[in-house]
Unconditional design. Structure first.
Length: 379
């Protein structure tokens, strides 16, 4: 019985000894690892992998590979891209003022006409006859008045009679003018130079006042209307250049000039309508076309642009890594306007400097860097 108890106690003690030894070994390994980590930079070979860039440089370590670009100054423009509508310089639908039948049409669809050209003549036989009779009445009234004036000077006709005959002449002449004005409505003429559209009536048709006969458009100049946000209102003025593009001619931008800025801002859209004029002597544009409009309202010469990926923002401040003598130099910068993939540098850098674009996160101030690309320009 005693041997059994001793044997059991011996086995338990052995297990405790083994456990204690294992704990000691683990503790020694942990202590060694901690010591090695704390002094990793002083260890041979391995220390070079963990040393800070500046220390690596002092020990002749490898330079950090980066991509870089050389900054150049250029022109920076502020522009707005919107959609506009093309309108005729002048446009009218030719209609009659009287109810009459069309006797003659001098309309060739799509033809150019000049101001004053006859387009339509209405049947006017009756009014023409009345006008001829009125002119004859004027001639007769003048003859009677002439004879009365001659006899009045001889004292054979009274003053009242000659005045009565003079009034008859004036009345006859007024009737002629009235008939001439009326007969003028039987002839429709082009009110301005332009191009005719499609005919909407034919010879022999009886048209009423206001019935459309043909359209006439002056498209030598196209008026382009588009809306601009009110935030850009202060930068707008007549004479600014616009570039318009049509889906019909996507590769041919057309230049125009701002002619008018509306006096009111739309309270619903908070935008103002701007009108530009485009020379359309080639006849490429048509009224009603939708055009993509780019309006340049600001221009900065010698602006310095840097790639967005080269700029780091920390605690509200921005900086880049410039490369000087093969080393990275942390350069605080003041940022300006942004463009797709670019940002304007107002202060902190100058044209000709080289800045890091890729590998920025691995670079530390004063570290040696190696440019792995052929630096282009960042403007």
């Amino acid at each position: 019985m005693q041997h059994i108890i001793v044997a059991r106690c011996g086995k338990g003690a052995a297990r405790h000894v083994r456990t204690l030894i294992q704990i000691i070994i683990v503790a020694l390994i942990a202590a060694g690892g901690y010591f090695g980590w704390q002094n990793r930079t002083d260890l041979p070979v391995v220390g070079e992998l963990f040393a800070p860039p500046a220390k690596q440089q002092r020990r002749g370590g490898f330079a950090t590979p980066v991509d870089a670009v050389v900054l150049e100054s250029g022109v920076l423009t502020d522009s707005i891209r919107v959609v506009g509508t093309a309108r005729s310089n002048q446009s009218v639908t030719v209609t009659g003022e009287i109810a009459a039948r069309i006797a003659e049409m001098r309309i060739e669809e799509g033809a150019l006409v000049q101001r004053g050209d006859v387009l339509v003549r209405f049947a006017n036989a009756e009014i023409a006859a009345n006008l001829e009779g009125a002119r004859s009445s004027v001639k007769l009234a003048k003859q009677v008045f002439g004879r009365a004036e001659a006899t009045r000077r001889k004292g054979l006709t009274t003053e009242a009679r000659t005045e009565e005959l003079a009034q008859a002449v004036a009345t006859a002449e007024a009737e002629v003018r009235q008939l001439e004005a009326r007969i003028g409505k039987f002839t429709l003429r082009a009110p301005f130079d332009g191009r005719l559209g499609l005919k909407q009536a034919s010879v022999g048709a009886l048209v009423q006042p206001g019935d459309p006969i043909v359209t006439l458009d002056d498209i030598s100049v196209i008026k382009l209307d588009f809306d601009v946000p009110e935030t850009a209102l202060g930068a707008l003025h007549p004479g600014q250049t616009v570039l318009a593009r049509s889906s019909a001619y996507p590769d041919s931008p057309i230049e125009g000039v701002v002619s008018t800025i509306d006096t009111r801002v739309d309270p619903d859209t908070r935008s103002v309508t701007v009108r530009a004029e485009i020379d359309n002597s080639e006849g490429l544009l048509r009224p009603g076309m939708f055009l993509t409009v780019e309006l340049v309202y600001g221009r900065t010469e010698n602006a310095l642009l840097a790639p967005e990926e080269s700029v780091l923002v920390v605690d509200g401040g921005a900086f880049v890594f410039a490369i000087e003598d093969g080393k990275a130099v942390r350069s605080p910068v003041k940022l300006g306007r942004r463009r797709p993939g670019k940002v304007e540098i107002l202060e902190g850098l100058s044209a000709g400097q080289t800045v890091v674009t890729a590998g920025v996160q691995k670079v530390r101030p004063g570290a040696e860097v190696k440019i792995r690309n052929a630096p282009g320009t960042g403007s």
